[in-house]
Design a protein around this ligand. Structure first.
Ligand SMILES: O=C(O)CC1=CCC(=O)O1
Length: 260
């Protein structure tokens, strides 16, 4: 059964009606706010569709566990409902995992993609299962401090406490069951065998200081997706769209193109 996904269009009044559609996929414990600093630039080039993953923000919270297949099928169902043929795609972390799934299972739907701070395989599964148990028992707020330490470098946390607090507020607002069930999807995920089938023109972006999905995970994706390229962004941890929005925006635009 697919879940109804919340999504928001940007740029429809700014770009030609035939401008490419750019679909954005969020990371676990966030919402479309993780793209906010990039939206003005992207919406001047694309019809941007910011989608929120099952169990997150305004999307339906079905009881877990979820699988990556289910998260990917949700996106395909949304594409069908909105009559989207081929799209460009950018996803961070869990959003990048969904992008790889889409590009491998529905290659005709994804022509170019940017995979940001993500991984095709993120063991040990036991860590994700334990995190799911913690969140079901104590809520997403109970993991907020630890998450902020993965999401941002120490320097950014010291310099930008308000921006860090805004990101943590996204986590605290995420439904406990949705978050836990997406942890279980990551626990069961292994996309490594799917990567050689991907035909989309792929850019993989890593944060140099990302402890959650370090650059070695990006290198592994680049090694398996035909023709993929790697960019490592300095002074960025996991939520690189919030810590280094200009650098990430420039890379995404240079790779995905757009109407301008
Ligand atoms: O654990 C985190 O918050 C980092 C992360 C791993 C996968 C994802 O979507 O976020």
């Amino acid at each position: 059964m697919t879940a109804r996904l919340a999504c928001t269009w940007y740029g429809l009044d700014d770009v030609p009606v035939d401008a490419p559609v750019l679909v954005l996929g969020n990371s676990i414990g966030t919402n479309q706010g993780m793209w906010a600093p990039l939206i003005p630039e992207l919406a001047g080039r694309f019809r941007v569709l910011a989608v929120e993953t099952r169990g997150h923000a305004g999307s339906e919270v079905l009881p877990g566990p979820y699988s990556l297949d289910e998260l990917g099928q949700d996106f395909l169902a949304l594409f069908d409902e909105l009559h989207l043929g081929t799209v460009r795609y950018a996803g961070l972390s869990l959003g990048g995992m969904i992008g790889m799934w889409l590009a491998a299972h529905a290659p005709e739907r994804v022509e170019r993609m940017a995979l940001i701070c993500t991984s095709a395989y993120l063991p040990p599964a036991t860590n994700w299962i334990e995190r799911a148990e913690t969140v079901r028992a104590k809520g997403t707020g109970s993991i907020a401090d630890v998450a902020a330490g993965r999401w941002f470098t120490e320097g950014f946390r010291a310099r930008e406490p308000e921006r860090v607090a805004a990101a943590v507020a996204m986590l605290e607002a995420t439904p406990d069951e949705g978050y836990a069930a997406c942890c279980e999807a990551i626990a069961g995920m292994d996309l490594r065998g799917d990567l050689p089938r991907i035909t989309a023109d792929t850019l993989v972006i890593a944060g140099a200081d990302d402890p959650a999905t370090p650059p070695s995970h990006a290198e592994a994706i680049v090694g398996s997706v035909p023709g993929a390229r790697l960019q490592i962004v300095p002074d960025a941890a996991h939520l690189a769209t919030l810590e280094q929005p200009e650098a990430i925006g420039a890379l995404v635009v240079a790779h995905l193109g757009g109407a301008r």
